[in-house]
Write a protein that binds this ligand. Structure first.
Ligand SMILES: Nc1ncnc2c1ncn2[C@@H]1O[C@H](COP(=O)(O)OP(=O)(O)OP(=O)(O)O)[C@@H](O)[C@H]1O
Length: 255
């Protein structure tokens, strides 16, 4: 397999909002499901304020990488440094406290619970005094959730459930937000809406790692993109440069 690294040397950082300080450094990361090796030594860097997109075909390892960063999937080798600490062996709940919040694939909201209670669940690391304020901010960001706050989460549409899952993660005041396939299964108009929210969060300075099947949309808004293939980084570079890359066009953009 050909490995081309467009950025590492010549374009260290292009985020409009980023400070250029490295927030997370993943080095030689491997992960297994039993005897199946899903990640084969991933190197990835995320700087403060950046939006980093992970794209690639089904089974490339994108979800596994996100889950290994959030700690719900163990690393079998390599390391993850977050801010000033090695978190490779840290429990998932401690990583949330450290500021890493994940919105899992498929939303996973608690259907029978009210929308408001679902959002509050995300605040388990925050003092009770901050919860009302956090809730008000989420209702500002997602007005549709405010209107329906007392209803069971299961009554929401797919796109609204995605917003709810994002609001829940944001209640943890993440330094790093991990989004797994937020546009999955959504109608085009809702996809636009979700991407608008992601751009908004980036503009607010939240650092984001975004996993997406929709490679074009993800690379269009990403500072940096990584293309994964069979558990390895095939290419990395500024999102807009990857969009112009012939290999990416053919394999992932259907051009
Ligand atoms: N629970 C599991 N048990 C065994 N193998 C798994 C499990 N989850 C994922 N895998 C395997 O690990 C590899 C990476 O899968 P992963 O779900 O991370 O890829 P992905 O890029 O996120 O794909 P998708 O877009 O389909 O979610 C694949 O070969 C997959 O079959």
């Amino acid at each position: 397999m050909q490995t081309i690294d467009i950025i590492q040397a010549e374009v260290p950082h292009r985020s409009a909002t980023g400070t250029g300080r490295v927030m997370m450094e993943v080095t030689g990361l491997t992960s297994h499901y039993g005897r199946i090796k899903a990640l084969h030594g991933i190197d990835l860097q995320v700087k403060e304020g950046q939006l980093v997109a992970l794209v690639g075909a089904n089974g490339a390892g994108k979800t596994t990488l996100l889950r290994t960063i959030s700690g719900v999937q163990p690393a079998s080798g390599g390391s993850i440094r977050f801010i000033d600490s090695d978190i490779t062996r840290l429990r998932a709940d401690r990583r949330v406290k450290a500021g890493i919040c994940q919105v899992p694939e498929g939303r996973r909201v608690f259907g029978p619970l009210s929308i408001e209670d679902n959002i509050k669940l995300g605040a388990f690391t925050r003092p009770a005094s901050e919860i009302e304020n956090g809730l008000a901010k989420m209702f500002e960001l997602f007005p549709v959730l405010k209107e329906k706050r007392a209803l069971p989460a299961g009554t929401l549409s797919g796109g609204q459930q995605q917003m709810l899952a994002m609001a829940r993660a944001l209640m943890g005041s993440p330094k790093l937000l991990l989004l797994d396939e937020p546009s999955m299964g959504l109608a085009p108009l809702l996809v636009d809406e979700i991407f608008r929210v992601i751009k908004d969060l980036k503009a607010q300075g939240i650092t984001i790692v975004l996993v997406e099947q929709n490679a074009h949309a993800a690379l269009s808004i990403a500072d940096i993109g990584y293309v994964l293939e069979t558990g390895k980084v095939l290419l990395s570079g500024p999102g807009r440069e990857l969009l112009q890359n012939e290999q990416v066009k053919k394999a992932y953009l259907g051009i």
